[in-house]
Design a protein around this ligand. Sequence first.
Ligand code: GLN
Length: 452
Amino acid sequence: MITLKEALKLDKNGIKELRENLAKKIVEKKTLGAYIEQLTNEEINTNGDGIPIAVKDNIQVKGWSVTCASKILQGYVAPYDATVITNMAKANLSAFGRTNMDEFAMGSTTATSFYGRTLNPADNERVPGGSSGGSAAAVAGGIAIAALGSDTGGSIRQPAAFCGCVGLKPTYGKVSRYGLTAFSSSLDQIGPIAQNVEDAAILFDIIAGYESKDSTSANIAHKPTAPKLNPNRKLKIAVIENFLNEASEEIQKAMKEAVCALKSAGHEIIYKNMLNSKYDVATYYVIATAEASANLSRFDGVRYGRRVESENLKEMYVKTRSEGFGDEVKRRILLGTFVLSSGYYDAYYIQAQRARHLIKENYENIFKEADLIFSPVTPTAAFKFGAISNPLEMYLSDIYTIGVNLAGVPAISVPIGQSGGLPVGGQLIAKHYNEQTLLDGAFSLETILKGK
Ligand code: GLN
């Protein structure tokens, strides 16, 4: 598959040919389930005729369905473009197909989609990760040049690691959330999933920047990162020892090799410990579910999508929501409502806000000494469908990624090796707004590993 960098050099006819070829390929690889809705040859120009970029099904493209892989949003059509879509149009990039995801971006497998599951292109018996599993599988499966995903607790980085692509979660506030269906508003960020670091930087530059329609957008001019990418910059990198030691053997092996490669390329390695990741998990699942319970209250059968007709209003709400939401979404709405209820608010929600502050400080302290942090993305490589059925066990698959969202810092997942034919990813993390350093480090890592 050609890269985004190469595609940007194509003329009008070249882009047309690319779109047609891609549309054909997507049909051929339908069993992968990467897309919820793919574009037919007649439809491929519906969102402009620019370079095709796959878009996660929680990002609005005017005139297209947007379902968040949920039954409750069936039939809902987006009335406006998300800012990322408008920004892409300015660079001659167009949305091309809606990619599959976990329902409302809650999950780590893409198996909670109402529209069926997505397979991991590296091994079809295994999950592609989630919640942006469709975007990652499309890129890794050669049926997208690059894709947009969203990351609330790891949903760009974890599927990128499981499928063997590059996934970037920008600093909170760097990319406008206008037009992204909110899951947890203080954690959500849109970011690129790409074939390599340079493409991730290019797509990030295109979608990033201040935008007044999102009150959490950072009012800082974006300095493009891709033209300045420098793999030769020498950086001080902190390896998180306690995270590394609790990962599976296969991940530890790939991480240790990557650390050696970084050292041999002239980067300085130091070792640090972070707060036990159990605090990240507990804090995240209080804050994310609290915000989700409020955000998802808008799906009531009146304003969006599907409605179950009933005798009276209350019954209509109850039936619409009972039938429209899947189990994981319901579990989170219940949990979030509970932690926000008057009797428990102080004990859980306020306590989680305090813990979030400590987690952020933990990152800031390490960044006093290091330019970047290096940690695994996931504790294991991609697991088989059905291998984890307990929700609490499933929540542990995010232990290395969710702290990043709680702190609001940027992070990237880069392929660092293989284990039994399955991709393994490494995660680099930088200070707020320091995407340039993050991408320089990631580019360096990618370049050294490619040359090995
Ligand atoms: N797997 C995490 C969750 O289920 C992360 C989801 C995300 O980043 N959207 O909440």
